[in-house]
Design a protein around this ligand. Structure first.
Ligand SMILES: Cc1cc2nc3c(=O)[nH]c(=O)nc-3n(C[C@H](O)[C@H](O)[C@H](O)COP(=O)(O)O)c2cc1C
Length: 219
């Protein structure tokens, strides 16, 4: 059984990446083979190019654009658990996450009345978002709706999907280097020390549980 995690933040080993790695550790604990990618480190990539190569034999249901994302898309197809992490960028997902989403979903869409998807995968999916906004603000800011939109989409064609949030993240290690009056560096530090370990533990637990469900379904 395989689990794959994709960090769709340009930053490696920061909030989003640490959350996806924690979830992946949960899968490793369940005995899964694990693989990790940082999307922005895997070569240049684009969103969907509307070439329709995915809608013609012999590549129906498969993105044919051969760039840094291709390997990741191919590996996702083989995985039993898929962990996707994105930072919140301007109230939405990162451009990298959106590019991955476009290419994953559009390549699977048939445009046929009779059958909507080329492949109806039965994976377990974990969608993670990290943000400056604390999780308690998600409903009010509309972030819950954004996560729910992607969750429902993955649920429909990739497999059962759950979400996790790391809110009130530490954006930089030294806030004194910037003239940022919006944040209280002490409170940010406190959140990193007290809240973030809880978020990591939650991600790990969700990873472990997702692996359990995947093993039950496909093991
Ligand atoms: C371009 C950009 C836009 C952002 N927009 C938001 C936002 O709208 N809401 C929010 O809560 N955080 C926002 N943030 C903060 C990040 O979501 C947050 O720091 C996140 O944890 C960063 O993830 P990383 O550490 O994995 O890069 C933004 C950060 C950047 C760089």
């Amino acid at each position: 059984m395989k689990a794959i995690a994709i960090n769709c933040s340009p930053r490696v080993n920061q909030n989003t990446d640490r959350m996806v790695r924690a979830a992946l550790d949960g899968c490793a604990e369940a005995g899964f083979e694990t693989e990790h990618y940082s999307l922005y480190q895997n070569g240049r990539f684009t969103g969907c190019l509307s070439c329709f190569g995915c809608k013609r034999a012999p590549h129906e249901g498969e993105c044919i654009v051969n760039d840094g994302m291709k390997e990741i898309l191919d590996r996702i197809r083989e995985a039993d658990v898929v962990i996707l992490g994105t930072p919140n960028y301007l109230g939405d997902v990162s451009a990298g996450f959106r590019s991955l989403f476009e290419r994953m979903q559009f390549s699977n869409l048939t445009y046929q009345k009779e059958q909507r998807w080329y492949n109806t995968f039965n994976k377990e999916v974990l969608l993670i978002m990290s943000s400056n906004a604390p999780e308690e603000w998600y409903d009010q800011f509309g972030y819950t709706d954004i996560l729910e939109k992607y969750r429902k989409s993955f649920d429909a064609w990739l497999g059962h999907t759950e979400t996790a949030v790391a809110g009130n993240t530490l954006q930089v290690s030294d806030y004194s280097r910037y003239n940022w009056t919006m944040f209280d560096p002490e409170k940010k530090k406190e959140s990193r020390e007290k809240q973030f370990p809880k978020d990591l533990a939650k991600a790990r637990k969700l990873g472990l549980e997702a692996a359990g469900r995947a093993a039950e379904k496909n093991g």
